[in-house]
Design a binder for this molecule. Structure first.
Ligand code: ZN
Ligand code: ZN
Length: 588
C-alpha cells in the first residue's frame, strides 16, 4: 500500500469570486470564508473544474466519452464506467443490484491561503454594462451588480490525494494538471468576464510506503503526512511525454477539447484613461477613480475584464449590424436577420417594442406568451444556441456560457523602471443630456490615469473560423487605435491602442488547427499536451489565413436568420430611415 498525494500552489492571476450565494448590505455576492474568516477555495469547486476539464480531454486521449457528453438526455443520466467516472466516482450513483457505481478515488481538499504567501483583503467590484447608443456605461437598474472578490496575487495550497488509481488514470490526471500549470485554470464565478484565472505552480507528486505497521503508525501520527512524503520528480513530465492525442472522429461529442486561441498584448492609452470603481471612489474621495488590483495599492491599477469585454462586444455588434444593414432590403428584413442584439435591453413589459432587444428578453417574452396558450405548451427552443443571435453565441448570454474569456488586464510596467502609474485630477461639468447645457452646480472630479498600459489576455476555446474572423476585425480596429475604454470617450478620454501582440493557437491534433494555420509553416511548440503555433505582427503571409476567417464571418452574418419566434421588433434608429437599407440586396 502506498500514500500518494499531489501538492502545489494555486496563484490567482486575476481577482476571484467563489460565492456563497449570499449577500449583505455592502455587496450583492459574498465570497466563501473558513471558520477563521479567511477566504478559501472549496475542494468541491476544484474537483468540479478538474472533472469538467478531464471529461472534455479524455476522448482525445483515446478514452470512451463520458455519458454526460451524450446528446441523448436519457443516456446522460445512466451510470457510466468511463475513465473520468473511475477517478471521480459516478455522476449518478445508482442502488440497483447490477450497478457498478464507484466512489471517488481522488480526494481534493479545500485550498486555504498560504501562511507564507501574500495575503490581501477581499475587495468589492462592480460591473456595469455599456449603453450601445451613447457608448457610455449604462446606468439602468438591473445592469449594475457588485460582488466581493479575492484580489489577484493571492495564493492557495492545493492538495489532492490519490487512492488506488492505475497508471492510465494518473496519466489522464497529469494531462489535466498540465492545463493548470500552463495557467489555464478557471475557478469560481464570472470567469468569462475576467475573474477566476489561476496558474498552478510548484506541482509535486509524493509517495510514502505503508507496507508495514511501523510505516503505517508513523503515517498516522503525522499531522501533515504530505510534508514528509518522498517527491518523485519525473512523474509529471514522464506522463506528459507519453500522451499522443488521437484524431477527432465523427462519433465524438461536439463539446470535447480541440484547441484554443489566445491573444496577448499591451493596451497602451494615448492620454487620460478614466474607469470607475466604487471601492476606489469610497477610499479616495473622488467622484470617479480607477479600479485597483488590491485595496489601497495605487501602484497596481487594473482594467477589468468585464469592461474590456463590453468594449469588444459592442464594437463586434456594430461591425456585424453594419454588414447586415448593407445587405438588408428593408427594415423587416433587417429585424429578422439582425446578427447582434443589445444584451442590456430587457424589460418586464410584455408588449412594448424595444430597439435591439436582447435575445434573453425576447425568449422570455416568447415563453410567457406560449405558456398562456394551454394547447401549445412551449418551453425554450430545443437547441438554445439556435435561438440566440451571433453575438450571444460568441460573447455569451444569460442562457449560454461563453468560451471567450477576457481576463482582468493588470497594469503593465514598461521596461523603464521609473514607470509607476501616473494619476491626474480632472474636473468635469456634468452636461444635461437633454438641453446640452451645464447642469447647475453639478460638477464632478475624477482621478484619471495618464497614459497607462495594461496587459491584455484574451482566450477562446475551440474557436470556429467565423469567430476568429469576427474577433480579428475587432482586434484590428483596437490595434489601429479606434476603440476607447472607460468613461468620457466623447471628451477624448480612454483612447487605447494594442501593441506587441502575440496570437497563439493550441491544438491537440493538426486536424484541430484553425483554417489555414498549418499551411503557414510556422515553428511548432509544446504547451502542456497542446501543440502551438504563434503569429505576431511580423509573421509573413498571415493575412491569407485571416482573410479566410473573415470570409467565414461574412458568410455567417449574411446567411444568419433569426428564429421566427425570436425576431427583433425595433432597430436602433429613431425613425424608419428607408435609405439606410439596400434596395438591391446582394453583397456590398
Ligand atoms: Zn463517465
Ligand atoms: Zn443576442
Amino acid at each position: 500500500m502506498e500514500y500518494k498525494v499531489i501538492t502545489g500552489t494555486l496563484e490567482a492571476k486575476t481577482a476571484v469570486h467563489i460565492g456563497t450565494g449570499a449577500s449583505n448590505e455592502l455587496t450583492d455576492a459574498l465570497i466563501r470564508r473558513d471558520n477563521e474568516g479567511q477566504p478559501f477555495i472549496p475542494g468541491t469547486a476544484i474537483a468540479g473544474a478538474l472533472r469538467a476539464l478531464l471529461t472534455r480531454l479524455a476522448p482525445r486521449l483515446g478514452k470512451t466519452p463520458c455519458n454526460v457528453l451524450n446528446v441523448n438526455k436519457e443516456q446522460q443520466s445512466k451510470p457510466c464506467n468511463c475513465a473520468v467516472c473511475n477517478l471521480f466516482g459516478d455522476i449518478n450513483p445508482s442502488d440497483e443490484n447490477d450497478s457498478t457505481s464507484e466512489a471517488s478515488r481522488l480526494l481534493v481538499f479545500n485550498a486555504h491561503q498560504q501562511d507564507e504567501g501574500l495575503s490581501y483583503h477581499p475587495i468589492i467590484r462592480d460591473s456595469v454594462g455599456i449603453d450601445r447608443s451613447t457608448g457610455t456605461a449604462a446606468r439602468a437598474d438591473g445592469i449594475k451588480f457588485d460582488l466581493e472578490v479575492i484580489p489577484a496575487g493571492t495564493t492557495f495550497k492545493l492538495r489532492i490525494e490519490l487512492r488506488d488509481i492505475d497508471n492510465a488514470g494518473e496519466q489522464l490526471l497529469a494531462a489535466g494538471l498540465s492545463e493548470w500549470t500552463e495557467g489555464r485554470l478557471k475557478l469560481g464565478g464570472r470567469v468569462a468576464r475576467g475573474l477566476g484565472s489561476f496558474k498552478l505552480t510548484g506541482l509535486q507528486y509524493k509517495t510514502m510506503p505503508l507496507d508495514n505497521a511501523e510505516q503505517l503508525m508513523s503515517f498516522l501520527r503525522e499531522d501533515k503526512p504530505w510534508k514528509n512524503a518522498n517527491t518523485s520528480d519525473g512523474w509529471f513530465n514522464e506522463h506528459l511525454e507519453k500522451i499522443k492525442p488521437v484524431k477527432i472522429s465523427t462519433d465524438m461529442p461536439e463539446t470535447i477539447s480541440r484547441g484554443w486561441f489566445s491573444l496577448q498584448g499591451i493596451l497602451q492609452a494615448e492620454g487620460p484613461l478614466l474607469t470607475n470603481d466604487i471601492l476606489s471612489v469610497g477610499t479616495s474621495g473622488f467622484d470617479h477613480a480607477p479600479a485597483l488590483s488590491q485595496l489601497h495599492n495605487w501602484l497596481n491599477p487594473v482594467l477589468t475584464g468585464a469592461s474590456l469585454r463590453g468594449v469588444f462586444r459592442s464594437h463586434a455588434e456594430r461591425l456585424a449590424r453594419t454588414l447586415t444593414t448593407l445587405q438588408a432590403k428593408d427594415k423587416g428584413d433587417f429585424l429578422s436577420r439582425c446578427p447582434a442584439c443589445d444584451p442590456n435591453v430587457r424589460e418586464q413589459d410584455k408588449t412594448s417594442k424595444l430597439p435591439l432587444e436582447s435575445c434573453d428578453s425576447l425568449i422570455k417574452k416568447y415563453n410567457a406568451q406560449a405558456n398562456n396558450k394551454p394547447e401549445k405548451q412551449i418551453d425554450e427552443p430545443e437547441n438554445i444556441t439556435d435561438s440566440l443571435c451571433l453575438a450571444c453565441r460568441l460573447f455569451g448570454s444569460t442562457r449560454l456560457g461563453s468560451g471567450l474569456i477576457i481576463e482582468d488586464a493588470p497594469y503593465h510596467q514598461s521596461t523603464n523602471s521609473q514607470s509607476k502609474p501616473e494619476y491626474k485630477m480632472l474636473d468635469f461639468l456634468a452636461i444635461d443630456r437633454f438641453t446640452g447645457g451645464g447642469v447647475d452646480g453639478a460638477k464632478f472630479d475624477a482621478l484619471a490615469l495618464w497614459k497607462p498600459a495594461f496587459r491584455l489576455n484574451l482566450y477562446l476555446e475551440n474557436p470556429e473560423p467565423w469567430e476568429l474572423g469576427w474577433l480579428w476585425l475587432v482586434i484590428r480596429d483596437l490595434a489601429a487605435g479606434w476603440l476607447t475604454v472607460g468613461f468620457g470617450s466623447a471628451k477624448g478620454l480612454g483612447k487605447v491602442g494594442l501593441t506587441n501582440w502575440k496570437a497563439t493557437f493550441g491544438y491537440l491534433h493538426p486536424e484541430d488547427a484553425p483554417l489555414g494555420l498549418i499551411e503557414l509553416n510556422l515553428q511548432t511548440q509544446k504547451c502542456g499536451i497542446y501543440t502551438t503555433k504563434t503569429i505576431t505582427l511580423n509573421t509573413d503571409k498571415k493575412f491569407d489565413m485571416i482573410q479566410k476567417w473573415v470570409n467565414c464571418f461574412i458568410d455567417e452574418v449574411i446567411n444568419f436568420q433569426r428564429l421566427d419566434s425570436i425576431i427583433l421588433t425595433e432597430d436602433s434608429y429613431f425613425d424608419d430611415i428607408k435609405d439606410i437599407y439596400s434596395d438591391k440586396g446582394g453583397a456590398p
